[in-house]
Design a protein around this ligand. Structure first.
Ligand SMILES: Cc1cc2nc3c(=O)[nH]c(=O)nc-3n(C[C@H](O)[C@H](O)[C@H](O)COP(=O)(O)O)c2cc1C
Length: 178
């Protein structure tokens, strides 16, 4: 059990954003297995306030890509998961958004569990969130965009260049003991 726990901590630390992709199909079962990880995320009152649009079609990818400076990543990714907060399921704004954060992290960890596949959380697109709703014909009073998870076959060679950007603050910089 101890060994398993250590492996899990290593797994969490090894997860990294992947922004360079090689075009290759990811099958439906694999995509669903990632979303299944999100499904088990915690949420306040177990409200599960998430809604996901799975975008594979090039036209829809193009429409999304035009709404962010990270559009190149969205276009290169085989699939993009567009994550909305379902406002009718939510009950407390801070807790609802925290639940979506847990959901999205679970998706990233789910992707990390699959060999050679990588993902990145695109938050920048939130500056055009109403336009994203329009693509899916989602009313803005019912669904609020929380982010996009771009997923694809990792181009590890091109990723190496970004290693340095992953440094983390040391623990003693942000903890206090009482
Ligand atoms: C809320 C949020 C928004 C983010 N938005 C973007 C984004 O728009 N574009 C991008 O390239 N990465 C984005 N990221 C990824 C972060 O840049 C990345 O997680 C961070 O630099 C740490 O690197 P790592 O994920 O490789 O550990 C976002 C991450 C989070 C949690």
């Amino acid at each position: 059990m101890e060994l398993l726990k250590n492996e899990f901590i290593k797994f969490i630390k090894e997860r990294k954003s992947i922004r360079s992709f090689i075009y290759k199909k990811i099958d439906k079962e694999t995509i669903l297995s990632v979303i299944e990880c999100g499904r088990w995320a915690p949420s306040g009152n177990n409200s599960q306030p998430w809604r996901v649009c799975i975008v594979i079609h090039p036209t829809v990818k193009r429409m999304l890509s035009e709404l962010t400076k990270y559009g190149g990543i969205i276009e290169d990714a085989y699939v993009n998961l567009v994550i909305f907060l379902d406002l009718e399921r939510g009950y407390d704004r801070v807790k609802d958004i925290q639940a979506i954060g847990a959901f999205m992290q679970n998706l990233l960890l789910g992707v990390h569990a699959i060999e050679n596949i990588g993902a990145v959380w695109i938050g920048e697109i939130l500056s055009k969130k109403d336009e994203v709703n329009e693509i899916f014909k989602f009313p803005i009073d019912k669904f609020e965009l929380m982010g996009v998870i771009a997923i694809g076959l990792a181009d590890e060679a091109r990723e190496k260049a970004h290693e340095k950007e992953r440094e983390r603050r040391p623990l003693d910089e942000f903890i206090d003991w009482y």
